[in-house]
Design a protein around this ligand. Structure first.
Ligand SMILES: Nc1ncnc2c1ncn2[C@@H]1O[C@H](COP(=O)(O)O)[C@@H](OP(=O)(O)O)[C@H]1O
Ligand SMILES: [Mg+2]
Length: 414
């Protein structure tokens, strides 16, 4: 493992280290390499790629038409998770910037977005590349951002080097261009990758839960989703406080349309099929919601839970890790009710929602409508998002609508 460099303010980039040894190669014509990349070696990047013909045969054999994209998506978020883990463990509070909307952004947000976009570009060969992602480079192009740009460049290059899959390094200009690869508007036609490079930034900065969330839209529908959750116990969220010792941490959820949902460890155990819980009596249910009360109205969710007869206290965790936990039955319900005026973004729900639906659950808005990911970067919702199993959904919807009505009536009396 090479020494890490470039994160701390006075760190020096070690440029004389040995490059990774190229692995065995499958000879085939490479797609054009993005112009912003500087090759350390023009041949080694072939080492991790299979030929497009081989990928197609493998996809058909698995019965999953998106098998190649799924493999690429898992690899991309796993690489990004390495970078995020490094930052969270070592320098959680260094390099924090303020975005226009005041949410914290770290070098890890940018680094994760660069690595996912880059890895997908290298490994998914067919068609034009479109990425709808959370971050852009505007802040990094301003005066005074030189140091943080250098930190990001070092961190990204160090992660690529340590991982060993690609023998490539980025220039600073390359880093800025790579971030801006995520500026696609998405929409109802064609294929678009949808990425939240660190979902749950506040949890990340607190040292809690976060996720790298990546989905694929095909003709306006989510057809694939992966959620890397580096801090989530592998078998159950109920072990989060150490109730059951020995559970491994670091879960990778994945789902493709019509093929079910799985979980595996981030360091590569065989995938296990998952399904939502079969609880049909709300008295036995527990519910997930945002840790941050600014992201979801805890008083409204409390009143919904009360109407349903839920006995357990809310389980508050950050990020789409909630969707993953719901999909494997750690809890029965997920409630999300942003404060008035907030517009939900597609990258905050695309991956999580397919993981839940492919695990047998249902995800809708507060009126019971399917989420529509085809309208661009935003989900057009004005109420909230709910998710649960098929058994509980009718009573949940009823409780939600009653609680919203009561809240609106109370507000109109003020
Ligand atoms: N006022 C608000 N209301 C609802 N969601 C908000 C919000 N401000 C930020 N968010 C979104 O909530 C996400 C985190 O969700 P959760 O509360 O489930 O952890 C954030 O993702 P990022 O952390 O990627 O910015 C952000 O997109
Ligand atoms: Mg997010």
């Amino acid at each position: 493992m090479a020494a890490r460099v470039g994160l701390l303010p006075h760190a020096i980039l070690v440029s004389s280290r040995a490059l990774p040894t190229p692995r065995a190669r499958v000879p085939y014509p490479l797609p054009p390499v993005p112009s912003y990349l500087r090759h350390a070696s023009s041949s080694a990047s072939r080492s991790c790629r299979a030929s497009p013909r081989f990928v197609a045969v493998r996809a058909m054999a698995s019965g999953n038409p998106y098998a190649a994209e799924l493999a690429a998506a898992k690899k991309a978020v796993t690489l990004a998770a390495k970078l995020c883990q490094t930052v969270q463990q070592d320098i959680m509070h260094s390099g924090v910037q303020a975005k226009a909307d005041k949410s914290p952004v770290t070098v890890a947000d940018y680094g994760s977005q660069i690595l996912v976009g880059f890895s997908l570009k290298m490994d998914v060969s067919s068609g034009p590349f479109s990425l709808v992602a959370e971050e852009d480079s505007d802040e990094l192009r301003k005066d005074g951002a030189e140091e943080i740009l250098e930190d990001i460049t070092d961190l990204v290059n160090e992660t690529i080097f340590d991982d060993g899959s690609y023998n490539i390094s980025f220039t600073k200009e390359g880093i800025l261009s790579a971030i801006d690869d995520g500026k696609s508007e998405g929409g109802p036609s064609g294929r678009h990758w949808v990425l939240d490079p660190i979902d749950g930034t506040k949890g990340f900065l607190r040292g809690d839960q976060y996720a790298i969330a990546l989905a694929l839209l095909d003709e306006g529908k989510v057809v694939l989703g992966v959620l890397a959750c580096p801090n989530l116990p592998l078998s159950s969220i109920n072990n989060i406080n150490g109730n059951s010792s020995g559970d491994k941490v670091g879960a990778l959820f994945s789902a493709t349309i019509g093929c079910g949902a799985q979980v595996e460890s981030l360091d590569g155990s065989p995938p296990q099929k998952i399904s939502v819980c079969s609880i049909d009596n709300p008295v036995n249910a527990s519910f997930f919601e945002s840790y941050e009360s600014a992201h979801s109205m805890h008083d409204l969710t409390g009143s919904i839970a009360e109407k349903l007869g839920v006995q357990a206290p809310p389980v508050r965790i950050d990020s789409q890790a909630k969707y993953g936990a719901l999909a494997r039955g750690d809890g029965a319900i997920y409630l999300r009710f942003p404060h008035k005026g907030y517009r939900e973004k597609i990258w905050d729900h695309a991956a999580g929602s397919i993981v839940v639906t492919e695990a047998g659950g249902i995800v809708t808005d507060a009126a019971g409508n399917d989420l529509d990911f085809s309208k661009g970067r935003f989900l057009d919702l004005d109420t909230g998002i709910i998710a649960t199993n098929k058994e509980l959904m009718p009573s949940l919807l009823k409780a939600v609508q009653e609680a919203i009505k009561e809240t609106n009536q109370a507000a109109s009396l003020l």
